[in-house]
Structures are given as C-alpha cells and as structure tokens.
Design a protein around this ligand. Structure first.
Ligand code: 5GP
Ligand code: ZN
Length: 113
C-alpha cells in the first residue's frame, strides 16, 4: 500500500488546489503558503527526493523545470521567484515525494538558509 501523501493528492484521494497537470507532473497550491504565491510541482511517478534523481528520470525532472518556468510566467511572477527542493531532515523535508516549491509574489529573503 502506498502511504505517500503526495501520491494520494496526485490520485485525487486527497483534495488539492490544482494549478497545472499533464501526463508526467502535477502542480498545486501549498496548504500552508509561506509567501503570496507558493506552489508545489511534483512528478506523478513516486521519486523520494532530489537525492534519487538519476539518468533514468533526468528527462522527467527536466520536463518539470519547463513546467515550473511556465507556471511562474502564468502566475505573473515577472519580478522574480525562487524554486526550492528540500532533501532529508537537515533541509526539513516533511513529505518524502520529490517536490519543487515555487515561491514568489513578494521580495524574498536574502538568505537561503
Ligand atoms: P517540505 O517541507 O517537504 O519541503 O514541503 C512539504 C510542503 O507540503 C509544505 O510546504 C506543506 O505546507 C505542504 N503540504 C503538506 N501537506 C499538504 C497537503 O495536504 N496539501 C497541500 N496542498 N500541501 C501540503
Ligand atoms: Zn509519492
């Protein structure tokens, strides 16, 4: 049984605010936004984190970055934005399904950590 929260969101078993979807990835609004625009982009295939990116799934990750750029454009983040992916406990990863945070809509912190 797949107990992964984001796999359940992708399957529609848990509701989410969809921003974009295609055969390979799904984007939705973060339930606890840290900035005015806070969107998560995930592969539909379960990959645990950036630490599990390999030659086999590199094209999928590349595709996700094209989607990230188009979402930022569609959301009107013309003045800049940030993409973040936390890996493991030291980075505070809470959901072990690869996800990219798109953060924007205000001046972001000068510090990244
Ligand atoms: P992480 O801390 O793993 O980098 O990011 C996980 C993100 O998922 C957090 O920003 C958190 O607010 C978000 N999140 C956790 N549970 C849910 C949920 O059920 N729905 C949505 N839309 N976001 C969630
Ligand atoms: Zn998953």
């Amino acid at each position: 049984m797949n107990d992964c929260l984001f796999c359940k969101i992708i399957a529609g078993d848990i509701p989410s605010s969809k921003v974009y979807e295609d055969d390979l990835c799904y984007a939705f609004r973060d339930i606890n936004p840290q900035v005015p625009t806070h969107i998560l982009v995930v592969p539909k295939e379960h990959i645990s984190s950036c630490g599990d990116v390999t030659a086999e799934n590199a094209a999928l990750v590349g595709h996700i970055f094209t989607v990230i750029a188009r979402i930022a454009e569609a959301e009107g983040l013309n003045n800049g934005w940030r993409v973040v992916s936390n890996v493991g406990p030291d980075a505070g990863q809470t959901v072990p399904h690869l996800h990219f945070h798109i953060l924007g809509g205000q001046r972001l912190s000068d510090r990244m950590a």
